[in-house]
Design a protein around this ligand. Structure first.
Ligand code: COA
Length: 146
């Protein structure tokens, strides 16, 4: 299994991932400009030549502090590749800016009913920081260098 960072140079690799994982109504719309922005991040897991998973999200900057945050917007692993450590490997790649210290926190939103996601995030070090009366849960990883 290989984790690949998607950039302008290899953006064609995002197309099969989009076909598999996009929740959009018209998954044929491919916004190549996404990959021009250095604050946008996508990684793909390849098993041989098969796209097995994808993660994407953003670096968020603030007007009132220097520290940047990561927002994990979406992670998916194809059913036949689940429970093989691919989700963990994608999260590790995505969280690299926390390791390097260029971001001080990463966060994700999920549903209380999504046991797989909750377990995956907590197993990779996230803590639940907000869980409301409904089904939404926010989890965050924090920078060990603080
Ligand atoms: C959540 C998801 C990305 C996990 O991917 P994965 O590759 O199967 O995850 P991993 O194999 O790396 O699992 C890491 C840990 O997460 C937990 N986990 C993963 N799937 C689980 C499940 N179905 N039930 C309970 N725990 C689970 C386990 O603790 C696991 O460690 P273990 O296998 O050593 O016990 C995958 O289930 C998925 O794509 N789900 C549908 C999309 C989705 O819900 N995305 C999250 C939206 S917020």
């Amino acid at each position: 299994m290989e984790i690949i960072s998607i950039t302008m140079k290899n953006k064609h690799l995002a197309k099969p991932a989009q076909a598999l994982f996009s929740a959009r109504k018209n998954p044929k719309t491919f916004n190549a400009q996404f990959f021009e922005n250095p604050n946008n991040h996508m990684f793909i897991a390849l098993v041989e030549k098969d796209v097995a998973g994808m993660i994407y999200g953003y670096t968020l900057e603030h007007y009132d502090r220097k520290e940047k945050e990561l927002f994990l917007y979406s992670i998916d692993v194809a059913e036949k590749y689940r429970r093989q450590g691919i989700g963990k490997a994608l999260i590790k790649a995505f969280l690299q800016p926390l390791e390097s210290g260029s971001c001080d926190e990463a966060f994700v939103l999920t549903h209380a009913s999504n046991e797989a996601a909750l377990q995956l995030y907590q197993k990779t070090g996230a803590k639940i920081i907000k869980s409301d009366e409904g089904n939404d849960v926010m989890l965050a990883w924090t920078n060990l260098h603080k």
